[in-house]
Design a protein around this ligand. Structure first.
Ligand code: BES
Ligand code: ZN
Length: 444
């Protein structure tokens, strides 16, 4: 690893480019500027494109007729570092320990997108140009649902016109095992608010006479699943595409004991999920309903005998082929409204949403990507789907007409979105090799 590569990585990580929190808006833009400068320095035409939200970084080499056109996508925004006190070192002061760099965004997605930039840098240094027409599109709003990137793609469709998109923002099944993902789950968000009395009440004076909004919320949320982890909303599973036999077979042969790994990594006493499916099937091919936040009432020290005036909950649903996010949110709203306990009022607001993605890993470019992974790791790649979501990937198909190769570098213990997020330098190197190999294989 060149010292200058490591220095680039550290500089990139020092920007607290948290997209969801207005306090960081300026830092997000500064990080975008840094990328433009870096991409310009390595010989690309780069600019920062404003949007109603955070800006998009766009860079390209000189487009020449007769060459394949590739778009490499990534994001420079990161999740909030909270809870900060659970980090072993400050989240925006990268440190290297045993070959791993610790910082917010190290894996998701700065290390991964930087490896592509460094790969391009090395190729231009060595050969003066790349074997393909290349665009980098690096956005600042992935972690909040990519609300403005679709527009950017529509507006610049003619200039971009990629035949294929390359994204490294997914996982590797295990360290050293090259992994291509051919599917992502979608996501749809819903916020709930239950209100009762017009103010917080003394629970001795009013307890027994009025419904408690927090109790109502707890009862309501408990109607989402049955005891077997199955979602109880009528129609929720109607459009779910059953797994194909070849997939179930292939996933059974994956050389990792996923159940053991998850127990070890997360510290849960045992795994739990929808009965009748393996862990990988549940994460990659089954939808879920998650309560991401739930609150109200008194949360301070000691006790307070109070009936809170309102309760809130934040839900997200992970979606799989062929579920439709809008339809699912409508089903959920109807079901919750019907099941809301008496004496309170329920209000709901749909949040951001992103569709699922499924592509053919054996397409012409899929095969090229697999050859590239094999070259980069000197080992046969494993084909997986993912439980996470990258909402813009379906827009690459719908707006640009291009499929996406998901060549992830995140390790199972990378702690993305958690304290002590990290990325091994070994994978920064691997990403550089993947970048070179995949551009060459696509060009061939
Ligand atoms: N890199 C992740 C997506 C991901 C996570 C892919 C795990 C594969 C495995 C991405 O940055 C992310 O976190 N996406 C969000 C999207 C959401 C905010 C719309 C997600 O999946 O929660
Ligand atoms: Zn993320």
């Amino acid at each position: 690893m060149r010292a200058s590569h490591l220095e680039d990585f550290y500089q990139f990580l020092r920007f607290p480019s948290v997209s969801t929190d207005d306090h960081y808006t300026e830092k997000v833009t500064e990080c975008g500027h840094w990328l433009v400068e870096k991409l310009t320095k390595i010989g690309l035409s780069a600019k920062l494109c404003p949007t109603p939200g955070h800006p998009v970084v766009w860079a390209h080499n000189k487009q020449q007729p007769g060459r394949h056109t590739v778009l490499i996508y990534g994001h420079y925004d990161v999740q909030p570092p909270d809870p900060v006190r659970l980090w072993d070192s400050p989240p925006f002061e990268p440190v290297l320990k045993n070959g791993y760099v610790f910082a917010r965004g190290a894996t998701d997605n700065k290390g991964q997108i930087l490896s592509h930039i460094l790969g391009v840098q090395e190729q231009i240094e060595a050969a003066g140009d790349l074997p393909v027409n290349l665009h980098f599109v690096i956005e600042g709003e992935e972690e909040i649902g990519s609300a403005n990137l679709g527009n950017f793609l529509s507006q610049n469709r003619k200039a971009l016109k990629p035949e294929i998109v390359v994204v490294s923002d997914t996982g590797m099944i295990s360290r050293g095992v090259p992994t291509m993902s051919y599917g992502l789950r979608g996501v749809a968000a819903l916020e709930l608010k239950i209100t009762g009395p017009k103010m917080d009440l003394h629970s001795g004076i009013y307890g027994g006479a009025v419904a408690n909004p927090l109790t109502a919320m707890a009862r309501l949320l408990a109607t989402l699943h049955d005891a077997n982890g199955h979602i109880t909303i009528p129609g929720f599973y109607d459009e779910v595409l059953p797994l194909e036999d070849w997939e179930r077979e292939m996933w059974r042969k994956i050389p990792v004991n996923v159940d053991e790994e998850i127990v070890k990594e997360t510290g849960v006493p045992e795994l739990f999920g929808e009965k009748g499916f393996s862990t990988l099937e549940r994460i990659w091919a089954r939808p879920t309903a998650e309560i991401n936040g739930f609150g109200g009432g008194y949360q301070g020290q000691g006790t307070k005998t109070v009936i809170g005036r309102e309760a809130m909950a934040k839900l997200t649903f992970r979606l799989v082929p062929n579920q439709n996010g809008d339809k699912i949110i409508a089903l959920v709203q109807e079901y919750l409204q019907k099941n809301c306990p008496p004496g309170v009022k329920l209000d709901m607001a749909a949040g951001h949403a992103g569709p699922w993605y499924l592509t053919d890993p054996h397409s012409q470019y899929g095969e090229a990507a697999q050859r590239a992974l094999k070259k980069a790791f000197e080992r046969d790649p494993v084909l997986i789907r993912e439980g996470g979501s990258i909402p813009i990937v379906s827009d690459f198909r719908d707006i640009l007409g291009a499929e996406t190769l998901l060549l992830g570098l995140a390790l199972p213990d990378c702690r993305a979105h958690s304290p002590n997020e990290n990325f091994p330098l070994e994978n920064l190197d691997a990403g550089i090799r993947i970048n070179k190999a995949v551009l060459q294989e696509i060009a061939a």
